[in-house]
Each structure stands twice: as structure tokens, then as C-alpha cells.
Design a protein around this ligand. Structure first.
Ligand code: MN
Length: 714
């Protein structure tokens, strides 16, 4: 153990001479004691794992705090060490980094996401890694766990971890350009997930290596010669491609192992960018190139910062080989990605990457292979910090805008869940539905069949989906009330007109009003959007003409002839005043009512409990006592022959007189007209003969009336 601490110290010292050896030592001792007695699945002391993770990061030349974080990354989760302790012993930076890694690890303990969710899961990890170093520690942690995965006894668990690695962590490593971790993760995961295929490819590679054991060194030497002959200093490194990359190529190009001829890759390091192009030139001058293999990532770097020249040639002894040319600086970025930008000597410039800006930095180094979706993807990256990612109990990941509540979550799962939700458990604890969610929360929505969305939820939900869902439900509930009211109104109107009410008959005409459900028609009546009389008319077209009278303001008073139809009467001897039924409260026969006199309109009859009456509370002179009057003796029709002087207003005067006398004009038929007079037949509804004579006498006394006689026919 002491040796391990020493090795680590010297490894860091090699790139950071100012390393605080005392702090490193204390962290080492702290971690060892915290994990004392714990074992890994391999049977080794647990602390060997944090040491290995720390070494991976030191190999990437990261700063001391990151290495210390690696040494302590499991202490909070596994050893009951508090963040306060870490902060007091190693500073705020280490405490924050360990906290970040711990949070990521808790996410990892969720049920494994399905493939569809992988992208969301990667976003979650990015969103939660407020400091890129958190992600680097996590990736190194996963890399070591994958190296030792064979010690995990349960195949199912191995499969789960490997799949998660391939779908989540390797792409994340690729995204931030840490290529060597990406390849380690991919190869180790591939070996678990496709062990047979991995074995087959590995055997084949081994066979090829044995067959031509000297091929790789031989080609390396020859390539070096070719480049140096052009006067360029260089070093060449040759290797077999990995089983995973060969498998990927087999999949992509739909070829078999036997058809795959290029299994060797060579890397040529030269001092400068110019040398890269010159070296390429001399290689192309010596060997035939393979069409379509040349790529210039120097003039156009990949978005994750990767720079190299790629080419494929038919090399020495007709071996098809792949060659990458780059400078040492390009190589560093190609291997370590974002970590390569680390300036351990200049904490200020590193902070630039670690804090708020790191997401933006990532946007700038995204893999260019993202292609057409890239712009969109970049935009989304910017939005990560405005999002919150939470889990269903089954482990499905749901992305919501920051500030979203449990109700938003419920609606995001399904509108039916939103409609029936009545409570929530967040990370196992009962919480209020208005609770704002945090990254990584596990949300269990509690539903009840009789639960209903509350209108006040609208004040705290963040998503449009939840808002419109709540509105829809609240409206639906209001519609139930309105439909009850509407049905009652309609029943009363039918009764008023002496027609039997049958909902089945009404249902037959709902299509006329463009409804599919009877309740919708009722609700619209209840809301006052459709006049109940319109419905009555559709079922009883014969009532339509009397309705039109009502519309002109002459209303129901004196609508004689319809036996049993109740009428209105103004108490106190007034007669001839037009009576209107108020549209706001639709008073019906039998209900307490009051009349309001309005100049030019006559009397409007309201229900006594109508809210609009308060508008007239300070004008008592307008209030009139009105009463329902049931049909008295049946009215009779009288026909008068009348001659009027041909002057403006004469007909109106006659109509007024008849109204004032309680009569009702049912028909006027013009018979003659000249410059001075006009003659007409006047059909009148009167109570009796005496009533008719009274009307005739009053008419006779009027200046407009020349003559009035009883017609012979009636
Ligand atoms: Mn770990």
C-alpha cells in the first residue's frame, strides 16, 4: 500500500513538480482507513480499486484534487464519511467533486435504462456533472470496474453493467474525446456482451499474428524509413485493431471476418503540422492508396478536438494497412480529449473549463459524426442545465424542464396518471405534489380512481402538457355541472310550452347543433351559449312562429290561443306594456319574479334571485310587480275593418292603443290605399265582446282613425 502511494506520488510529480505530497498522503491514508476491512468481488482489499482509478487519472495528468477525488470517490457512499469531513480535511473542491461522483453513482444504481433511453441517460450524467472532472472520475471508475468485471459472479449483473457501459459511458467518453478510455470501455463491454464473437475475432487475430508475427514490426520499420528518407524525424507505432472495432466494421460493412483484410493500424508521429502533410506525401508516393480512406482531420478537426491525417494504403508485402499521422500535441488531445486541455500549473485557466463554461466547451468539442442533427444536439446541450431528469419506479428516465413538479412528472408519464394522481413519493418519502423535482429523483406517483386534478395546480406546474391536461379536466368537470343545469333549463322550457320532455327525442337532434353527446348540448344550454327555445323549435317546428314574435319584444304576454300556456301579468292595472323574459336568469312559471321597466323596451322579467337585479337597486321606480298568470278564459278572434288617415305614425298609434287596452293584433291585411286614407282588416285577440267594444271605442276617439267597423265575416 505504501508503495502504491509512493508510485502515485511520483507519477504526479513527473508532470506537476509542485504537487502537494502531504495532501496526497493524507488522502491516501484517509481512504485506506475508510475502506478498511472491505473487500472487492475479487477478494482483494477494496482500496485497491480507488488506487487504480487514481492512477488512470494521473496517467491522464489531471490535477491533484481530481486524483484525490478518485482515492475518496466511494467513501461517502460506502463508508459513512460525510462531505463536511472531506471539506474540512481536503477542501471544498474535493468535497464537491466527491459529492458529484457520489450522485452519479446513485444514478448508476437505478434499474438499467433501455436503449431508447440511453441518450437521455447520457444527458442526465452530463447535466449532473457540474464539473467535467466529476465525469472524468466516473469514467475512470467505470473503466476499472470493467477491467475487473469477470469477478462479478452473477452473469445477469455482468451483462447489465456491460450494456450500460457500451450504451452510456463509452459514448460519453467519446463525446468528451477521452478516446483511450472509450476504447477500453468498449472492448471490455464487448467481451461480456458478445463473448463468443469476441472469442472468434480474438482467435482469428491471434492466428494472423502468429502467421505473421514479424509483420507489424517489419512494416513499422519500413514506414519509418520511407518518412525519414523525406528528411522528417518520426516515430511509428503499429498495432492490431481491437476485436470491438473489427466487429463494428463487420457490422457496418456487412462483411465477414475473412473479408476483412485491414486489421493493422499504424500511427506516425512527426514534429509539426507541415511534417504531417509531407510525410503523407512520401507515403502516398511509395504505396498505392486505398480509395476513399483519406481524411484530413487537421484542416477540419473533429468537434471533440481530434486532429490527424488518415489514409489507407496497400503497404509492404501487399498488406492493407491504416495509417494515422499527427503531432505529439494532436496525439495528446486524441487520447485524452477534454483532459488534455488541463493546465494543472494554472488553476485559473483550468477553472475556466471546470465551472460554468464546461458545457459550452463540450459543445465545441462534440463529435462531428453527429452530422445533420448536430446543431439541434448542440442546442440541447446548452439546455441541459435547464432540465431535470427523474426516474419512474421501473427506471424509465423522464426529462422535464427545471422547476417541474410531481404533477408535471405524472402528466409526462401519461395523461391518465396525471388525471388520477393524488400524491407522490420522492425517493421513498411522501411529498407534496407541488414539490420541485431534482436531478436523479425517483418518483412514484400515487393515483386513486376518484382523484381529480385541482384547478390550483395550474399555478405551479411547469409543462404545457400538465397545464392543458389540468384545464381539460377542470373544464370537463365544469361541463358536468353545466350539463345538469342545461337539462333542467330545457325541461322547464318544454314544460312552459306544454310539450313533453324526453331526452331520447332531444338526443336525436344533437347533430343539428354539431354535438356528438347529449350532455354537450345540455352543457352549452347551461352555459347560456345555446337558447333552450332553439332546441324546442327543432323538435316542434310549429312553435317557431310564436318564437319569432317573442324575439321582436312583444313576448309572451297576450300570446293567446295556446291553451294552457302560462302568461305574465303586471300588477296594478298596467296593461299594454311589452314584457320581456330576462335572458340572464330565464325565469320560469312558478318562480318568484320581478319586473324592471326599461324605456323603449317595456318590462323585463327577472327571477327574484337574479344577480343582475343589483344593477337597479338604486332605482326603485323601475321595479314593477309582476305575476304569473295562468290561462283565463280562452281568447277570441275579432276582425275589424278600419280606415285610417294616411299619415306617418298612424298605424303605430293604432297598435299602441290596442296594446294599451290589452288586445293583441294577430294579423293585418291592407285592402285599400289612396293619398288620404288607407283601409285594412285587423284581426284582434280579445277576451270577449265587451273587450272588443272598448277597443273599438278608444280607436274611434283617436284623431288618426277615420272609421272602425266590425267586419261581417267574424
Ligand atoms: Mn468506484
Amino acid at each position: 500500500m505504501i508503495e502504491a502511494a509512493d508510485d502515485l506520488y511520483h507519477k504526479i510529480k513527473a508532470y506537476n513538480t509542485a504537487v502537494d505530497g502531504d495532501k496526497l498522503c493524507r488522502a491516501f491514508d484517509f481512504g485506506r482507513q475508510a475502506h478498511d476491512g472491505q473487500m472487492r468481488a475479487s477478494g482483494e482489499p477494496y482500496f485497491l480499486h480507488p488506487i487504480a482509478v487514481a492512477n488512470i487519472l494521473a496517467d491522464m495528468r489531471l490535477d491533484l484534487d481530481t486524483v484525490i477525488t478518485a482515492l475518496l470517490h466511494d467513501t461517502v457512499e460506502d463508508c459513512d464519511v460525510t462531505l463536511e469531513t472531506l471539506q474540512s480535511q481536503f477542501g471544498a473542491s474535493v468535497a464537491q467533486l466527491v459529492d458529484g461522483v457520489t450522485k452519479l453513482s446513485r444514478i448508476g444504481m437505478q434499474p438499467s435504462p433501455n436503449s431508447m433511453q440511453a441518450e437521455n441517460f447520457r444527458k442526465l450524467l452530463l447535466a449532473m456533472s457540474e464539473d467535467v472532472r466529476v465525469l472524468l472520475v466516473k469514467l475512470a471508475d467505470r473503466t476499472h470496474n470493467m477491467r475487473t468485471i469477470s469477478f462479478i459472479p452473477k452473469d445477469e449483473k455482468r451483462q447489465r453493467i456491460a450494456r450500460e457501459t457500451l450504451e452510456i459511458y463509452a459514448p460519453l467518453a467519446e463525446r468528451i474525446g477521452v478516446t483511450h478510455l472509450q476504447h477500453d470501455l468498449e472492448n471490455d463491454a464487448f467481451a461480456v456482451l458478445h463473448s463468443e464473437m469476441n472469442q472468434t475475432i480474438s482467435n482469428r487475430l491471434e492466428f494472423l499474428v502468429q502467421q505473421s508475427e514479424i509483420v507489424i514490426p517489419m512494416i513499422s520499420v519500413e514506414l519509418q524509413d520511407v518518412v525519414e528518407q523525406a528528411g522528417i524525424e518520426c516515430s511509428v507505432n503499429g498495432r492490431l485493431k481491437t476485436a470491438y472495432s473489427i466487429w463494428r466494421k463487420m457490422q457496418r460493412k456487412k462483411v465477414t471476418m475473412d473479408q476483412l483484410s485491414d486489421i493493422m493500424a499504424f500511427r506516425v508521429l512527426v514534429p509539426t503540422k507541415d511534417d504531417c502533410y509531407r510525410a503523407l506525401g512520401s507515403i502516398h508516393a511509395h504505396y498505392p492508396t486505398v480509395m476513399g480512406r483519406f481524411k484530413d482531420y487537421i484542416s477540419t478537426p473533429k468537434r471533440n478536438g481530434y486532429q490527424s491525417l488518415h489514409t489507407g494504403v496497400i503497404g509492404p508485402e501487399n498488406h492493407k494497412i491504416e495509417i494515422q499521422l499527427r503531432t505529439p500535441e494532436m496525439h495528446e488531445i486524441a487520447e485524452n480529449g477534454v483532459a488534455a486541455h488541463w493546465d494543472y500549473k494554472n488553476p485559473e485557466s483550468s477553472k475556466r473549463i471546470t465551472k460554468v463554461k464546461w458545457i459550452q466547451e463540450l459543445v465545441g468539442i462534440l463529435d462531428e459524426e453527429a452530422g445533420a442533427d448536430e446543431f439541434l444536439e448542440n442546442t440541447k446541450m446548452d439546455l441541459y442545465h435547464d432540465q431535470v431528469f427523474c426516474f419512474t419506479p421501473r427506471g424509465d428516465l423522464i426529462a422535464l424542464p427545471k422547476g417541474a413538479t410531481a404533477v408535471d412528472f405524472a402528466y409526462a408519464v401519461h395523461s391518465k396518471v396525471g388525471e388520477k394522481c393524488c400524491g407522490v413519493r420522492i425517493n421513498g418519502k411522501n411529498r407534496q405534489l407541488a414539490t420541485e423535482l431534482e436531478n436523479g429523483d425517483q418518483i412514484e406517483i400515487i393515483t386513486a380512481t376518484n382523484a381529480r386534478p385541482r384547478p390550483e395546480w395550474e399555478s405551479f406546474v411547469k409543462t404545457g402538457r400538465a397545464r392543458s391536461g389540468i384545464r381539460r379536466s377542470v373544464r370537463a368537470e365544469r361541463m358536468v355541472e353545466f350539463s345538469l343545469i342545461g337539462k333542467t333549463i330545457l325541461q322547464k322550457v318544454f314544460r312552459e310550452y306544454g310539450k313533453p320532455f324526453r331526452s331520447r327525442s332531444v338526443e336525436k337532434i344533437i347533430s343539428v347543433f354539431n354535438f356528438h353527446k347529449l350532455d354537450d348540448l345540455y352543457a352549452h344550454i347551461g352555459e347560456g351559449r345555446i337558447e333552450p327555445e332553439l332546441v324546442l323549435e327543432k323538435l316542434h317546428p310549429d312553435l317557431a312562429s310564436s318564437r319569432k314574435l317573442a324575439k321582436t319584444g312583444n313576448v309572451r304576454n297576450g300570446r293567446g290561443g295556446d291553451a294552457g300556456v302560462p302568461m305574465l301579468r303586471i300588477k296594478g292595472g298596467y296593461s299594454g306594456i311589452a314584457i320581456n323574459i330576462a335572458r340572464c336568469c330565464h325565469p320560469l312559471p312558478g318562480e318568484p319574479i320581478v319586473g324592471i321597466f326599461t324605456t323603449g323596451k317595456g318590462v323585463t322579467v327577472h327571477r327574484k334571485d337574479c344577480g343582475n337585479l343589483s344593477n337597479f337597486s338604486d332605482a326603485p321606480e323601475l321595479w314593477m310587480d309582476v305575476a304569473w298568470e295562468h290561462e283565463g278564459p280562452r281568447r277570441v278572434l275579432a276582425r275589424l275593418n278600419t280606415v285610417l288617415s294616411n299619415e306617418p305614425g298612424s298605424l303605430a298609434a293604432v297598435a299602441t292603443i290596442i296594446g294599451q287596452q290589452g288586445g293583441n293584433i294577430s294579423n293585418i291585411h291592407l285592402t285599400d290605399r289612396n293619398a288620404d286614407f288607407f283601409s285594412f282588416e285587423l284581426d284582434l285577440e280579445v277576451k270577449d265582446v265587451e273587450h272588443m267594444h272598448t277597443i273599438m271605442a278608444v280607436l274611434q276617439a283617436n284623431n288618426f282613425v277615420e272609421r272602425v267597423d266590425r267586419a261581417q265575416s267574424s
